[in-house]
Design a protein around this ligand. Structure first.
Ligand code: HEC
Ligand code: HEC
Ligand code: HEC
Ligand code: HEC
Ligand code: HEC
Length: 187
């Protein structure tokens, strides 16, 4: 009889075998958005830092999309009568948040955390999202498949036991985290 544990392992092996055939990828996905906001204008032309708007990326799992009030930090003065800016003004007046279409989305069974990747300062947003600062519409540049995650994780040294981390607890993976262990990304 096959033990429960062994059948789980067998299933994992089968799943890994089938993986190449069923990797979901939305690479190239580039939806129109409800407001014609342009990264090329703001992160490119105006050189506004990514984390000015996506401040969640340094703090936790999600980078976050800025609320309309962040746009109005500037647009009460800059182009207040612009048609697209007016959509933002109305969203605030009617308390009806803009429903941006999500571009990058992993399946629920995979775990990803921005702060772990961003806070060390060694990885730029662009290594996973491409040159967003030259995009009018945001496009998914990378496949975001398990194979893609592993390509990078295999080259990284996990922090050795006893190694000091200058990052606060909760911002760095626990010392000794095995970056290719299934449980690191499937919890
Ligand atoms: C002025 C605010 C602002 C700045 C600065 C900004 N963004 Fe954004 N970002 C947004 C808004 C609003 C959206 C949602 C609309 C869209 O997708 O264009 C967004 C969407 C995104 C998305 C897609 C999110 C998803 O749904 O998957 C990525 C990736 C992204 N930004 C990365 C960046 C990077 C990298 C930079 C710096 C080079 C940057 N952003 C600078 C406001 C900003
Ligand atoms: C190591 C790769 C990697 C890096 C570096 C990275 N991202 Fe992401 N980003 C992802 C993945 C993967 C997703 C989809 C996550 C999910 O669906 O749970 C994502 C999703 C997003 C989203 C939409 C969902 C959310 O978290 O709000 C935004 C916005 C975003 N990234 C912005 C940024 C910005 C800005 C930076 C740099 C400060 C950055 N990302 C750095 C891989 C990365
Ligand atoms: C830090 C200041 C700042 C913030 C924050 C900001 N903008 Fe802008 N935005 C500008 C400036 C400056 C311009 C004018 C660029 C030019 O003259 O070409 C501009 C131009 C625009 C335009 C017209 C340009 C075009 O693409 O045709 C729109 C629409 C716009 N912004 C929407 C937004 C939205 C939506 C947000 C929030 C997600 C936002 N902006 C956040 C500074 C900002
Ligand atoms: C370009 C390189 C790169 C890519 C691509 C990448 N990672 Fe990572 N990841 C890292 C590094 C480096 C660390 C360790 C960071 C540290 O030592 O503080 C890490 C750590 C992690 C951790 C541990 C965080 C914690 O809180 O324990 C998880 C989970 C993770 N990555 C998931 C993913 C997933 C899922 C993907 C693909 C969607 C991915 N990563 C893509 C470089 C990458
Ligand atoms: C660095 C992060 C990471 C590690 C480590 C990792 N995975 Fe994944 N895995 C993902 C991501 C992201 C997805 C979703 C994208 C995809 O299906 O390629 C995924 C998808 C899967 C799927 C679903 C495949 C499908 O086609 O629907 C299975 C099954 C799976 N992983 C099993 C495993 C097993 C078993 C291990 C350990 C040997 C493992 N994973 C290690 C990130 C990881």
């Amino acid at each position: 009889m096959i033990s429960r544990r062994r059948s789980v392992l067998l299933l994992s092996a089968l799943a890994l075998g089938a993986m190449a055939a069923c990797e979901p990828t939305n690479q190239g996905y580039e939806p129109e958005q409800p407001v014609a906001y342009s990264h090329a204008v703001h992160a490119g032309g105006q050189s506004i830092a990514c984390t000015y708007c996506h401040y969640g990326a340094e703090r936790g799992r999600y980078a976050g999309i800025p609320p309309a009030s962040v746009c109005m930090n500037c647009h009460t003065k800059v182009l207040p009568d612009n048609e697209e800016v007016q959509k933002i003004v109305r969203a605030i007046e009617l308390r009806d948040p803009i429903e941006w279409y999500r571009v990058h989305k992993l399946p629920d069974h995979a775990y990803f955390d921005h702060s772990a990747h961003v806070v060390t300062g060694e990885l730029e947003c662009q290594s996973c999202h491409g040159s967003v600062e030259s995009m009018g519409l945001v496009r998914q540049e990378e496949p975001l498949t398990m194979g893609w995650c592993l390509d990078c994780h295999r080259q990284e040294e996990p922090a050795a036991p006893g190694a000091a981390s200058d990052l606060p607890p909760g911002f760095a993976p626990a010392v000794g985290t095995n970056l290719v262990d299934c449980a690191t990304c499937h919890r």
